[in-house]
Design a protein around this ligand. Structure first.
Ligand code: 2AM
Ligand code: CA
Ligand code: CA
Ligand code: CA
Length: 257
């Protein structure tokens, strides 16, 4: 089985290739399909990226399993045994289509359920946020330090549309109490916001591929990654997740309790 440093270097190359592919083609005419409803988009570039990533993961780590959003991964992953790569080929597909900005590619490796490697590529700025468990978090070659532990009233908070418009009274109070409210439309870009200290917290309903990489990087920096009710998260199920500084997490806990 390949050694972790070698997997790390290879994964960095793979995600940069996928980012380059999306960047090269974002102004072309590509096919856009809807999945569950008119807001749920998938393009041929999402599928191309997923194929490109999965094919190469299978080469560098042949005994692993792949959990990826657009269905080209392994079927029925219900346990976290062994090496599991989690792939979001384009995160923020709607931004990719409408803005040509504010989208990401995300990749993570979990080994026996432990987040070991995480990658979020901010495609337009060509910045790769990456980390290895116990070895710190980097943007390209520069090490990131843990963001300042600010509270809710001193922080910007990001929250998705569904929660902002239709959330519980407690969620509305949380949004109101923050210094400001933001909605980026890409879980990856919002995770980058929290790990760089631009946001004090991010609350959203996240699928495994939305969560896996950002969780790894945020935890490595000592940030809180939990279900909104304070319980620990399961990366294989859909979760209402809070990623935040310790102080924001405490402030939110006080409002909810
Ligand atoms: P995607 O572009 O990879 O689908 C938009 O607010 C953010 O939420 C994006 O990161 C988007 O990822 C994700 N997202 C889109 N639809 C979602 C859904 N039904 N459930 C959870 N996350 C979703
Ligand atoms: Ca999607
Ligand atoms: Ca996503
Ligand atoms: Ca996606």
């Amino acid at each position: 089985m390949a050694e972790i440093n070698e997997l790390d270097l290879n994964a960095q190359k793979i995600i940069r290739q996928a980012g380059q592919n999306a960047h090269d083609k974002m102004n072309d005419s590509y096919q856009i399909d809807t999945k569950t409803n008119y807001t749920d988009l998938v393009t041929t570039i999402d599928r191309e990226n997923e194929q490109l990533i999965n094919e190469q993961i299978r080469k560098i780590d042949p005994d692993s399993r792949i959990l990826s959003e657009e269905g080209l991964g392994d079927r029925q992953i219900t346990d976290l045994h062994g090496h599991i790569w989690i792939v979001d080929p384009i995160d923020g597909t709607m931004n990719f289509v409408k803005q040509h900005n504010n989208f990401a590619v995300m990749l993570a490796l979990y080994i026996d359920g432990v987040p070991m490697l995480g990658y979020i590529l901010d495609v337009i700025n060509n910045r790769l946020y990456h980390g290895q468990r116990g070895k710190g978090v980097y943007v390209d070659k520069q090490r990131l330090h843990a963001p300042a532990d600010l509270g809710l009233k001193e922080s910007l908070l990001a929250m998705n549309r569904t929660l902002t418009l239709g959330g519980t009274p407690a969620l509305k109070k949380i949004a109101q109490e923050a210094m400001g409210l933001r909605m980026y439309g890409s879980a990856g870009m919002e995770m980058i916001g929290v790990i760089t200290g631009q946001l004090g917290g991010y609350i959203s309903n996240l699928k495994p591929w939305d969560l896996a990489a950002g969780r790894m990087l945020a935890e490595e920096l000592g940030l809180v990654v939990k279900s909104i009710d304070g319980s620990s998260i399961n990366v294989l199920s859909s979760n209402l997740v809070l990623v935040a500084t310790s102080q924001v997490s405490r402030d939110i806990r006080q409002i909810i309790n």
